[in-house]
Design a protein around this ligand. Sequence first.
Ligand code: SAH
Ligand code: SF4
Length: 375
Amino acid sequence: MPVPISEWYGFEVKAETSGKEDLVGASLGDLEALASELGEPRFRARQIYAGLYRRRLREWEGFADLAKPLREKLSSRFLLAYPDAVHVFQSSDGTRRYLFEINGGHRIESVFIPEEKRDTFCISTQVGCAVECLFCVTGKLPMRRNLSAGEIVGQVLALQADRQTELKRLNIVIMGMGEPLLNYDNVMKALRLMTDPLGMSISTRRITLSTSGIVPGLERLAQEDLIPNLAISLNATTDAVRDVLIPINRKWNIATLLEACRRFPLEPRRHITFEYVLIKGLNDTPEDALRLVRLLKGLKKKVNLIPLNADPWVPLETPGEERVLAFQKILVEHHLTAYIRRPRGDDVSAACGLLAGRDYPQGDTSHLPPKPARL
Ligand code: SAH
Ligand code: SF4
């Protein structure tokens, strides 16, 4: 049974219809503009910013460094609200899937994945996804809207509030629902908030952005002064197969994508992670493995092999264990670092590609289109 929200979040869900604006997501510049509008000195903005993101205060009363009249004025106009969690689903392996409801009644998800030395938060950037990859349940949902910067960092803050994860254990992967490079500005603003030493203070090295290969987005990201780790969902070694799996490949094919990767600036000892979802009979042959070795030649890289997480809405099958190991062996024999990513939280539909705002693993599927036929 889903865990009731009161048991994990520690406070009641606010059915907030007051019309107040949420300050979560505001940058220091936004708060400085607010301070000036309120006739307050500029340094007030820093105090509010630190309270919001460093001290992670949830109530205006906690801002003891602000005079009471100002706190009252702020609280009459502004909320300090994280996305509202409808449920959290606890997996037997410790993974937790959070189902959030955001403005407009949309549902998004985040996943908490505990490991020995770190805790990973997987966060979403869009409601649904327009890329419509064949193997991904999120891609079966209609693309409703981009998440705001506040809704993106709000997921991190909400999971931190729930889990009390220490900063030194915290790892963020932007691998939840949506294609981050199709929500570029809000994702960048969220990255700045997450990494700001005056605020959330998460090291850029502990944040990984995963993309299906939006080449103009990659080129823009390459110019930024803040660049997270990069993961590319390659998933195929020929354009014929990738066209079928990831429709945007018809726009930016494998050669174009890898060219952009070769130009992507990497700090010393950093690499690009190539994700490769292994799908039975489609991209899992020894020839594919050899082609992958050839394609990635000269790149500073690591490969994550992800055996397909099967789902009734995905018309594809996962390869057998032998096939997966044989694929990895070929890569390793050619001196490629290749890990097999084992599913986490698959008993609660929290694994890669399964995030669809579902009430429970096999539960509410009414918002999904009819189940496709098997290929
Ligand atoms: N939109 C971005 C990030 C979210 S998807 C992207 O596509 O990269 C995160 C990862 O999950 C991607 O590497 C994707 O290839 C993988 N994935 C999607 N569906 C999957 C499935 N059914 N089984 C295993 N991995 C899947
Ligand atoms: Fe979108 Fe990524 Fe899923 Fe493709 S794999 S549909 S890009 S979320």
